[in-house]
Design a protein around this ligand. Structure first.
Ligand code: SF4
Ligand code: SF4
Length: 215
C-alpha cells in the first residue's frame, strides 16, 4: 500500500451552527473513501500513486475545476472563518487579484490552502506511476494513469448533498443523480469572481456592496 492515508471524517465545532456543513463533510468523507478504494485497487494491480504532498502541477494546469454550490459555501466559510495569519493574507491577496482563466487562487507555495475543503474534483484527481510534468493535464496526456474511483461513492456523496438543493425525496434524488441533472449546478472554480470573499477576509475591496456576499 502507498502512504495514502485512510480517510477520516473531519469535524468542526461550527457544524452545530451551520446546518449545511455536516452534509458537506459527510460527502467529502464518502468521496475520500472512494479515492482510497480506487487507489487500493490500482495498487493491487501493481500501480503506484504518484501524487504526494508538495506536488501541485495539477493545481496550476487545470483551469476548469467544477465546484458545486455547497462546496462554495464550504470554501467561503473555511476562508473567512478558519484561515488565520499569514496564510489568510496570502489567500485573500490571491483571491482579490484572481482573474478568470488563471490557475486556482487557493494554491499557496505549492500547497492547497483549503485542503480540508478542497472540491470533490480535486479530491478525486489522482495519477499513477509518474508525477505530472509542469503544464501537463494527465487526463488528456495519459488517461490510463488517472485513477477512476468507483462511481458509487460520488453517487452517495451527491445523494448526501442534494437536500441542500431542495431535492429531499429519495426518488427525486435518485433521478437527479442518474440523469446527471445536478451537474448543471456546477460552476468553474477558476471562472468565479472571488473579490467578495477576498474583501470578507480583509484582503480587498468589495465591489458594489458590503463585502459580505455569499457565493
Ligand atoms: S495529479 Fe499529478 S501534479 Fe497533481 S499531485 Fe498527482 S502527480 Fe502531482
Ligand atoms: S482547491 Fe486546492 S487542490 Fe484544488 S486546484 Fe485549488 S489548490 Fe489545488
Amino acid at each position: 500500500m502507498s502512504g495514502y492515508a485512510p480517510p477520516a471524517r473531519l469535524h468542526f465545532p461550527d457544524e452545530g451552527r451551520l446546518p449545511w456543513l455536516a452534509p458537506l463533510l459527510d460527502a467529502y468523507e464518502i468521496i475520500d473513501r472512494g479515492v482510497h478504494e480506487g487507489v487500493g485497487r490500482a495498487e493491487g494491480q501493481g500501480r503506484t500513486l504518484a501524487c504526494a504532498k508538495g506536488c501541485s502541477a495539477c493545481c496550476r494546469s487545470h483551469l476548469t475545476i467544477p465546484v458545486y454550490p455547497l462546496e462554495l459555501m464550504g470554501l467561503y466559510w473555511y476562508c473567512s472563518e478558519r484561515l488565520t495569519g499569514d496564510l489568510r493574507g496570502r489567500v485573500a491577496g490571491q483571491l482579490g487579484a484572481h482573474e478568470e482563466g488563471q490557475p486556482c487562487p487557493f494554491l499557496v507555495d505549492g500547497a492547497c490552502a483549503v485542503h480540508p475543503m478542497r472540491p470533490m474534483a480535486c479530491r478525486q484527481f489522482n495519477v499513477f506511476d509518474r508525477v505530472c510534468a509542469e503544464g501537463e493535464d494527465a487526463f488528456h496526456t495519459r488517461r490510463g494513469d488517472v485513477m477512476t474511483p468507483p462511481p458509487r461513492f460520488a453517487d452517495q456523496a451527491f445523494d448526501r448533498m442534494l437536500p441542500f438543493y431542495g431535492i429531499t425525496d429519495k426518488r427525486a434524488r435518485k433521478e437527479a443523480i442518474q440523469t446527471g441533472r445536478l451537474h448543471a449546478l456546477a460552476r468553474v472554480l477558476q471562472g468565479l469572481d472571488w473579490a467578495k470573499l477576498a474583501a470578507r477576509m480583509g484582503g480587498g475591496t468589495a465591489p458594489d456592496g458590503d463585502g459580505a456576499g455569499s457565493p
